[in-house]
Design a binder for this molecule. Sequence first.
Ligand SMILES: Cc1cc2nc3c(=O)[nH]c(=O)nc-3n(C[C@H](O)[C@H](O)[C@H](O)COP(=O)(O)O)c2cc1C
Length: 337
Amino acid sequence: MTYKILCGLFLIGTIGFSCKQGIEQGQEKKVEPEPSLVFAKGEKINNDHFIGDVWLEMLVLADSVNKNSVGSVTFGPGARTNWHTHPNGQIILAIEGEGFYQEKGSPKKILQKGDAVKCPPNTPHWHGASSEQTFIQIAISNGVDGPAQWLEPVTDEVYNDSDSKKILVVYLSRTNNTKTVAEIIHEKVGGDLVALELENPYPENYRAIVEQVASENESGFLPPLKTQVDTDRYDTIFIGFPTWGMQLPPPMKSFLHDHNLKGKTVVLFNTHGGYGLGSTVQTVRKLCPDSEILQVFSVRGGSERDGIYLSIRGDRKVEVEAEVEAWLKEIQLRDKK
Ligand SMILES: Cc1cc2nc3c(=O)[nH]c(=O)nc-3n(C[C@H](O)[C@H](O)[C@H](O)COP(=O)(O)O)c2cc1C
């Protein structure tokens, strides 16, 4: 099959809409932007691959040099694609309104202006607008290995599932190792991501913080938190912390003291400087006696004492991403694909 035919098939498959005449392969189409829009709304899509009102403006067509096609898709409130896959994946850039993106087996993610999503190859997923807002996305697709494969429609039950609002990933981090793990988890499970901040931040100096933490641990002082979270809104709460003085850091003790997590699923993750979890998990168990506490994920992070700050980056970050993925599958918070 020639490249031209493949490209045409891919576009029809991807957008479910016939390409407009007058656009030469590889040429950028001149568009007349509507007043408040970046790109024109385009033409209404009229086929069975979508539910609701959806418009498409093709901006760039792939050619033999640049294999990506780019389109601006406008979803009216409640509109969405069917489940589908792309042999080469797709990139979605949210440019207006509020929308959703969901991969099969993972929670629905909320997309807002400025969000970017990399949809992996051959992964069933759907995307569309929230029920109340028009959502505009730029879709960048590479169709070298063929068009999108369209699957079943997204039922109202799936569309309205508010799982994305029920997961909280809350963490404490000083040198960003725990923050990096929190972001990896959040990327995979969705929900809300919250960093704990203190009313009175700890000193920058390592010796000084070690001394302060030791004295707080001894006296039982619970440092007041600036961060306010309504934990009642969540069913599953991921809690991330570094090991400090072989204990749970005082700010995390404050958080667990301030919030009753009764009946919730609590999922712990930790980074440490080489000495492990210490008594952290036992302390969480004591402070959350009525929660279901799942198997903890713990990895070596930095060692501020030795001048090593953020160590979960580069190749190490890629390794940790794979470890997190395996752990989430094991605790069944991410379905096996
Ligand atoms: C006050 C303080 C105490 C620490 N105590 C320990 C410890 O007892 N055992 C350990 O393995 N690492 C310890 N560390 C190292 C951190 O656990 C490690 O660097 C972790 O990855 C930091 O996470 P963060 O980058 O998210 O802040 C300590 C770090 C600090 C700042």
